[in-house]
Structures are given as structure tokens and as C-alpha cells.
Design a binder for this molecule. Structure first.
Ligand code: HEM
Length: 511
């Protein structure tokens, strides 16, 4: 091609230059989103947005640094996808509770594999309402109370396992210890499966749960494409950020548990799986094979749970429970090992209230100091770092214009470490949560389980499990640091879950 009759340029080069120019115009237009709304925020890099910050610093540090710099409501980008990051308690209250009907859904800016469309964490609108109302009864306090013997059995293995691993003063990697305990507990309370992953370090349940979750990575090409070209989301589907082989393992395990139940028809099970089986109606359509149109709540209720929904939610529960609860326990043991005064006081309270009896739902929930210690661990090491909602219509949030479809995310660590709400936030101080001080905590600044109608459905189970495990551990051991303990622990930046990067090595001295 001749340029002004002066020199010639190959046509392919012109095409490439035009394409680059168009792509640049596309990304600049996308990334002017917050400028148009007059919302402050750091300048994004074309195409990448702030992905480079996320990769370098992780969500926690990036959010905390940017909140310091741009305030409690700023705009950031994952590729070309805008995200409003919010840490203003009043805005949070409006979004999670008061204006919930305008922020019912989590953002689905990136569409993952169809399999998870039926998961309660991902489902939207009336579909989510149906799943939540069907699954909620599993977590009532009565159901939890009935699960005590199941967890008690897992605790026996936990203590036995801890004794074996700590023999001769050896250090114990606590993440592994609690990971196996958590897996046993979710398998038995959720599915009636007696999985002894604690005495088998190569247990397939633990291996596959770890494998399923550790693969979440921004290096995934489809994920990057979807972030850079959000308008192509209809075409860029089936993004598998979870390891498919690991997911297949859980699908098979759940299918075989389902088949056993249906064959036995004993009805004696009271776990999560049974509740879903009861909500399953044989005549219901199976969304696994058909692209179902959105139904109303009553129509969903009438059609009952499909096989696809049972499977997706069973697996979601395992994944949602595993990392979160085991990390809470891991950091609780670290906080106790590095704060002997708290550990001694807690052990004294446990001795006074429980003595040598086994921990139960009743006795651990009556221990105020245990509750304070767990809360303070959750404040400093919230397992989940962000809560996300999507505006389902054009609206405003405390005067800020929020267009339909915008991802509004709350940064939990930014709130939990804000000196406006917490004095000396770097200090581990369970007394912040004492009955006298609790009322002074600013509402909506402590959100480890989220808030409002879409908060964590498994909160009661998680707290029961964690409290019973801490009580049993302190009845049997003194938790100590060792030369291998990393103080303070480095956090794994690759994930949105708070996890120690280099494991958590502690000593357990038998009492
Ligand atoms: C220490 C342990 C846990 C922590 C810190 C935790 C935290 C959270 C958080 C922050 C959310 C989002 C809430 C929101 O958006 O407002 C959530 C949602 C959820 N959690 Fe948990 N979780 C834990 C344990 C569990 C367990 C044991 C289960 C299940 C057995 C579970 C199942 C779920 C589910 C299904 C959702 C989605 C609820 C919905 O969309 O309706 N979690 N969790």
C-alpha cells in the first residue's frame, strides 16, 4: 500500500496497525468507566487494568493500599472489567441489607463452567432464592446439635493424629492437620461418609479438594480473554478455573453416595445430602442437559431440585467449607502460640466450663472467651478477602450512581484493619469482642461471614467445628512456636483466601 505516494507499506502491516488502534480505543473506552461516573481510582493499564497489582500484591494488600490512597469507595479494573471497591460501612449496610433487592446477585462478569450455574454461590435471582430456602434448613441450630456426635468422632482422630505427628517434640504443619480434620467433618456432616483422611495423608478427598482450589490462577488464558474482552462473555464460556479432574472425583463420589441412598431408602440420614434428595422430584426437568429458562420461585419449588443442582451444590459445600474452616483453625493456632496469655486464659475457661468432658455444640457455644478468641482471629485473618455483589438495576448507593451490572466488592481486610474502627489493629486482642466492648464495634466493620440474606450459609457449622476443635486441642496440648514458625506468617498472594504461604509450623506439647 502506497502512503501519500512516498513509500509503500505492506497491507498486512496496515491491517495489524488498524487492529491495534481499534483495540486500544476499545480498552481506553472501557477504562474510562469510572471517569464517566466521577469515581476516583488508580489509573489502569490498557488491557490489564490492575491485574498486575493483583498478581504482585494479592487482593488483600492491593485493596488496603488503594483504600488508604483513594478512600472508601474507588474504581479498579480486572482487565477491562470495572469493580467498585467499597469499605464505607453505611454503603455496605445499604447494599447487603437495606437495598438487598437491588444487589441480590454476585457478579457473573466471567461465566464459568455451566456445571456451577446451579451452585448456590453462583445462582441468581429467583433461582438463588429457591436454592437458599431449600438448603438453609440444613444449618439450623437443631440440625447442628444433632451433628455433634459426627464431629466428635472427627475430633478423636484429630487429637490422635496430633499426638502421632508431635511425638518426640516434632513440629507439626497445622494447615495439613486441620485440612484433614475439616475434610473428615464436611464429609461426615454433609454426606454421611466416614472418610479418615486424618490417618491417611494421601487421602483422595483432601488431595482433590486441594487440587481443585489451588489451580485458580490469573494465568488461565480463557480467564484473561474474558477479563480483557468482557463483551465477548456469551462466547467465552466454560472457563474452568477449578481443576476438572478433581471436580470429576467429587462428582463421582457424590453420585455414588446418592445411588447408595436411593437404593437403601432408609430415610435415617439427616445430613445435607439427604435434604437435597428430599427436595429432588423425579419428574423435575434436569438442567444438566437442558438450557432452562429462568423460572419464578413457585415454579422452581414445584419442579424441585434437579440432579445437576444436587451435584453442583454438594461439591460447592465441600469447597466452600474446606479452605475457609481449615484456615481459620490454622491461624487460631498461630495466634494462640504467639499469645500465651490468651492461650492460658482460654484453657482455664475451658477447664472451668468443660473440664475433661468432650466439647459439644452446647458447651462450646457457651464459652464467651472462646467466641472472643475466634472472632479476633477472624478479624486479623479473615479467610475470605472480598464480598461481591452486582447491581441488578440502575441505582444509587449513598448518593453514588451505580449502573446495572456493576460489580461492587467489599474489601474485608481493609475494614478489619482500619484504625478508624479498631484501635491498634495489628494487635491480637480478643477483648475487643468481650460482652462489654462488643457494643462499641461499629456496625458493618466486622464481616468475616458477610451479612444480610446472602451471608455465609455455613457459618454456624463452621463456628461449631472450629470451636470444638480449638477446645479439644487446648484440653490436650500446649501450642508453642518453633524455630520454623514464620512470624508474622506470609500470606499466599495468589488466592483470594487468606492462607499461610509457607505452611504453619508449630509445636504441640502434650499436657
Ligand atoms: C470459617 C469458615 C467460613 C468462612 C469465613 C466463610 C465465609 C463466607 C463468606 C464471606 C461468604 C460470602 C458472604 C456474602 O457474600 O455476604 C460465604 C458464602 C457462602 N459460604 Fe461460607 N464461610 C465459611 C464456612 C462455610 C461452610 C462450612 C460452608 C458449608 C458447609 C459454607 C458455605 C457457603 C456458601 C454455600 C456460601 C454462599 C451463600 C449464598 O450465596 O447464598 N461456608 N462464606
Amino acid at each position: 500500500m502506497e502512503v501519500l505516494g512516498l513509500f509503500s507499506v505492506p497491507t498486512w502491516l496496515v491491517v495489524i496497525l488498524v487492529v491495534i488502534a481499534l483495540l486500544l480505543m476499545y480498552t481506553v473506552h472501557k477504562q474510562r468507566y469510572f471517569k464517566r461516573l466521577e469515581i476516583p481510582g488508580p489509573t489502569p493499564i490498557p488491557f490489564l487494568g490492575h491485574l498486575h497489582h493483583i498478581i504482585k500484591k494479592g487482593f488483600q494488600d492491593m485493596d488496603m493500599e488503594m483504600t488508604q490512597k483513594y478512600g472508601n469507595c474507588f474504581g479498579a479494573f480486572i482487565g477491562n472489567i470495572p469493580q467498585l471497591i467499597v469499605t464505607d460501612p453505611e454503603m455496605i449496610k445499604q447494599m447487603l441489607v437495606k437495598q438487598f433487592s437491588e444487589f441480590t446477585d454476585r457478579p457473573r462478569t466471567i461465566r464459568f463452567t455451566k456445571f456451577f450455574d446451579s451452585a448456590i454461590t453462583v445462582a441468581q435471582g429467583e433461582h438463588w432464592k429457591f436454592l437458599r430456602s431449600t438448603l438453609s434448613p440444613t444449618f439450623s441450630s437443631n440440625k447442628m446439635r444433632n451433628m455433634t456426635p459426627l464431629i466428635s468422632k472427627c475430633l478423636d482422630s484429630l487429637i490422635q493424629n496430633a499426638k502421632t505427628l508431635s511425638e518426640g517434640g516434632k513440629t507439626v504443619e497445622m494447615r495439613k492437620l486441620f485440612g484433614a480434620f475439616t475434610m473428615d467433618a464436611i464429609c461426615s456432616t454433609g454426606f454421611g461418609l466416614q472418610v479418615d483422611s486424618q490417618s491417611n495423608p494421601d487421602d483422595p478427598f483432601v488431595k482433590n479438594a486441594t487440587k481443585a482450589l489451588e489451580n485458580i490462577s490469573v494465568g488461565n488464558v480463557k480467564l484473561l480473554l474474558a477479563a480483557i474482552f468482557p463483551d465477548l462473555k456469551t462466547f467465552i464460556r466454560e472457563i474452568s478455573i477449578l481443576d476438572q479432574e478433581a471436580i470429576d472425583f467429587f462428582i463421582q463420589a457424590t453420585k455414588s453416595a446418592l445411588a447408595d441412598r436411593r437404593e437403601a431408602q432408609s430415610g435415617s440420614y439427616r445430613d445435607f445430602l439427604q435434604l437435597m434428595i428430599n427436595a429432588h422430584k423425579e419428574e423435575g426437568t434436569d438442567a444438566e442437559n437442558s438450557e432452562e429458562k429462568d423460572l419464578g420461585f413457585d415454579a422452581y419449588k414445584k419442579r424441585g431440585m434437579t440432579d445437576a443442582e444436587v451435584l453442583a451444590n454438594a461439591i460447592t459445600f465441600v469447597l466452600a467449607a474446606y479452605d475457609t474452616t481449615s484456615n481459620l483453625l490454622t491461624f487460631a493456632s498461630y495466634c494462640l502460640a504467639t499469645n500465651h496469655d490468651v492461650q492460658d486464659r482460654l484453657r482455664t475457661k475451658i477447664n472451668e466450663e468443660i473440664g475433661e468432658s468432650k466439647p459439644t455444640y452446647e458447651n462450646v457455644f457457651n464459652l464467651t472467651y472462646l467466641d472472643m478468641t475466634v472472632n479476633e482471629t477472624l478479624r486479623m485473618y479473615s479467610p475470605v478477602q472480598r464480598l461481591s455483589r452486582m447491581a441488578v438495576l440502575d441505582t444509587t448507593l449513598c448518593g453514588v450512581k451505580i449502573p446495572k451490572g456493576l460489580d461492587v466488592s467489599i474489601s474485608i481486610p481493609s475494614l478489619h484493619y482500619d484504625t478508624k474502627y479498631w484501635e491498634n489493629p495489628q494487635k491480637f486482642d480478643p477483648d475487643r469482642f468481650s460482652p462489654e466492648n462488643k457494643d462499641r464495634i461499629h456496625p458493618f466493620t466486622f464481616l468475616p461471614f458477610g451479612e444480610g440474606p446472602r451471608n455465609c450459609i455455613g457459618m454456624r457449622l463452621a463456628l461449631m467445628e472450629a470451636k470444638m476443635a480449638i477446645a479439644a486441642l487446648l484440653q490436650n496440648f500446649r501450642i508453642l512456636t518453633s524455630p520454623e514458625t514464620e512470624i508474622p506468617p506470609k500470606i499466599d498472594k495468589r488466592r483470594g483466601v487468606t492462607e499461610p504461604l509457607n505452611g504453619m509450623y508449630l509445636r504441640l506439647e502434650a499436657l
